[in-house]
Write a protein of this length. Structure first.
Length: 280
């Protein structure tokens, strides 16, 4: 237990002292975000920036051709993808798609944990995006956007990265995955909030990262939190049956879900699979 307690103590102290090493956004994400904030940037310039990163370019094509954006006519170029997604949404979408590049490590054990974390993140995000897509079809004038839920859902668990990076220096803790999971549950939201602040994200995005698993916070009106939490319910991240029942009933009341068992239908499972294909 010595090494495990040491990791726990180190995390507490580094959080207190603001000394935890936080991940930095991939350079391509920074370029896209900077360009998106420049009023001189047009669709052509943004297309050129994205085209220089093959992985991101492919990701943008998948998004543009996904069920989320209608998929009526297939786009085959980055320029067409950027046009379909739009400059307003490209900033968050491109950032979200670049986040996967951060879930890597040269340490084989840490890499496995990061891959598991990313897979779980994608699972939750796919449900959240699918539900938001359906919600916006019926509530076209609601103040929600697909790019915001995409980014929020894909970074909701970003706080796991500094924890795993710190744990890399204490390989003994990986012999006890239960302890590591407890550390992630306890610290990841708070650390994730610090990550989003360091990246210059909005206070709204920080709140989503720090609060998605804080069930003492239950917004009365429809909120982005509802969609992320619905993804967590779908994938049984919230273990309590009573918690899941309370959340599902509230989502029906709010109009996020048509029925309590809607997410168990084949049609919804198919939609989730189509959304998830964006991340394959």
């Amino acid at each position: 237990m010595g090494a495990e307690n040491a990791l726990y103590t180190i995390l507490v102290e580094k959080i207190k002292q603001d000394a935890l090493i936080l991940p930095t956004l991939p350079k391509i994400a920074l370029k896209v975000r900077e360009a998106a904030d420049d009023p001189e940037t047009n669709l052509g310039k943004m297309s050129d920036i994205i085209a220089h990163d093959p992985a991101l370019a492919l990701g943008m094509l998948k998004v543009a051709n996904s069920v989320v954006f209608g998929r009526t006519i297939k786009v085959e170029s980055v320029a067409q993808a950027v046009t379909r997604i739009g400059l307003r949404q490209i900033k968050s979408i491109a950032t979200a798609m670049a986040v996967e590049q951060m879930f890597v490590s040269n340490n084989e054990v840490v890499s496995q944990y990061m891959q598991k974390s990313w897979n779980k993140t994608v699972d939750v995000a796919s449900v959240a995006i699918a539900l938001m897509t359906l919600y916006l079809q019926k509530n076209k004038h609601a103040g929600f956007t697909l790019d915001t839920i995409t980014l929020a859902a894909l970074i909701h668990n970003i706080g796991v990265l500094p924890i795993l990076a710190e744990a890399e220096g204490h390989p003994e803790v990986f012999a006890n995955p239960v302890f590591l999971q407890q550390a992630i549950i306890k610290f990841s939201s708070e650390i994730g909030g610090e990550v989003t602040k360091a990246w210059g994200f909005s206070s709204e995005m920080t709140q989503l990262v720090t609060s998605w698993n804080d069930l003492t916070l239950l917004p009365k009106e429809v909120h982005y939190l509802d969609f992320i939490r619905a993804g967590a319910v779908y994938h049984e991240i919230f273990k309590s049956d009573s918690t899941r029942d309370i959340l599902l009933k509230s989502y029906v009341t709010k109009g996020v879900l048509p029925t309590v068992d809607f997410m168990e239908t084949e049609d919804f499972a198919e939609l989730v699979a189509q959304v998830k294909a964006m991340f394959d």
